[in-house]
Design a protein around this ligand. Sequence first.
Ligand code: FPP
Length: 249
Amino acid sequence: MSTQPAAIATASARGLKIPRHMGVIMDGNGRWAKARGLRRSDGHRAGVEAVRRTVQLATEYGIECLTLFSFSAENWRRPADEVKFIFTLLRRFIASDLDRLHRENVRIRIIGVRDTLEDGLKTIIEEVEDRTRNNTGLDLIIAFNYGGKVEIANAARAIARKVAQGELDPEAVDENLVAHYLDTEGLPDPDLILRTSGEMRLSNFLLWQSAYAELVFVDENWPDFDEAVFVKALRSYSERDRRFGGINT
Ligand code: FPP
């Protein structure tokens, strides 16, 4: 008898391909709230519910890695209150969901610039990562205070330092070595990057890693993300002809 979760069996019966790594640009919380006469903070709160649904869906459909863009390096340009609220939501999410995620064997990693975060949040992040490090289920990567250009610049600096110290031969600097210095070290590159709310850009998300990712844009705002939208995105991904620069013979 098959031990596959029902969702995986259904997906394969529908001819859906499942990405190993899916990255999500969760956009449209503000517009979702505005359309309902609510505050932007209500939109972000509803966005956390969509995060919970998506983690569940990723597990059920057999996705190995899920990276969620939660706070970009550019999001500091928002009003201070809103920035503070998004930080509070991350803290609350960890406090309320960590036990369950750990029980469900989810391994959590937070990527992005950590040095400039407040000490309390840094400690929480380290605890979350330490506690779930040996889990073998879904890899949940939360991109927080993350920017792709900064990530690449930091990698370049670390490599330059090694070369300057005579510990690294410049000739040894290749794609694999650069990838080793990125926050996503050890993870497969994303196969699919999904953005909600109809916007069509990467906004500095996983710039290096997305070289061959399929990009899927859906019109729904992030708080409306559910299984129907998820399956629609998977269908679009499944129809793509991935050649990685080669040709089909
Ligand atoms: C984009 O909508 C959303 C964000 C910038 C924040 C996303 C944060 C969360 C969903 C909550 C925190 C995450 C976790 C993992 C607990 P927007 O505000 O840019 O929407 P708009 O473009 O319609 O204004």
